[in-house]
Design a binder for this molecule. Structure first.
Ligand code: 6PG
Length: 238
């Protein structure tokens, strides 16, 4: 597989990565609003993006045209310490963003029912290509040490799912039960922004940039519309 043509923004450390990610998200949101009147942004969970969300929240204000979605969620309720929604809600607490514009995945329903419900909501609310999947304006994604992204883990049958949102069980990253956007939906996003820091991700990042493993979930999602923001540690195996 050839180089996927990912535009890489190399920065010194995690704090700089957060600042740049907040800035790029703000630019891509403004671009989407100016071109299409709204910005549908799917956010990553995990620990890395929180600082970027807190910085973005200070810049967003109430932005009535921003709709926040999730690339994945754990099959837990909104107040659970594992909830990506809880992390995002807390990180955006400074923004005057009405609750109804942060569209959470209802993990408490269980993975299958939550995936079905979120698929219907995304399909109803987002524009789609000719009979294709709903089209996000931006997908901010993290990458795991094993090259997973969202809750798309290596070797999982969910990598072949062709719906909008799918249930995941036995995820190697706890908790095991999750809900994820599928490869086709993430690939359709107009812009993909990977945000990755830390030496533990270096091998996965090197594989992503070389495009040498077409079964790596992050590679499966990446395309010409993809950017990577990574610190020097995450780029140390290149
Ligand atoms: C999740 C995330 C997951 C995350 C990566 C990186 O729900 O766990 O969506 O895909 O982005 O595992 O996680 P860290 O940022 O915590 O390293």
């Amino acid at each position: 597989m050839s180089d996927p043509g990912i535009k890489t923004h190399a920065v010194g450390d995690e704090a700089e990565a957060a600042r740049l990610a907040a800035g790029r998200l703000e630019e891509l949101i403004a671009e989407a609003i100016s071109l299409r009147g709204a910005a549908h942004v799917a956010l990553a969970g995990g620990a890395t993006p929180r600082a970027a969300y807190e910085l973005l929240a200070q810049r967003l204000g109430e932005h009535e045209f921003v709709e926040l979605w999730f690339g994945d969620e754990r099959a837990v309720g909104p107040d659970d310490s594992d909830s990506n929604y809880r992390m995002v809600r807390e990180a955006f607490s400074e923004a005057a963003l009405p609750e109804e514009r942060i569209h959470r995945i209802e993990g408490e329903l269980g993975a299958e029912e939550a995936a079905e419900s979120y698929s219907a909501l995304l399909t109803d609310r987002l524009p789609a290509g000719e009979g294709g999947p709903p089209v996000l304006d931006v997908a901010l994604l993290g990458v795991g040490e094993d090259g997973h992204t969202a809750s798309l883990f290596p070797g999982d049958a969910v990598l072949d799912a062709d719906g909008v949102c799918a249930a995941v069980h036995d995820a190697p990253k706890p908790p095991p039960d999750r809900v994820t956007l599928t490869v086709p939906v993430l690939r359709e996003a107009r812009r993909i922004l990977f945000l990755v820091t830390g030496a533990d991700k270096a091998e996965a990042v090197a594989t992503l940039l070389k495009g040498e493993d077409d079964e790596q979930p992050a590679t499966m999602v990446a395309g010409p519309q993809t950017e990577l923001i990574a610190d020097s540690e995450a780029l140390s195996a290149g």
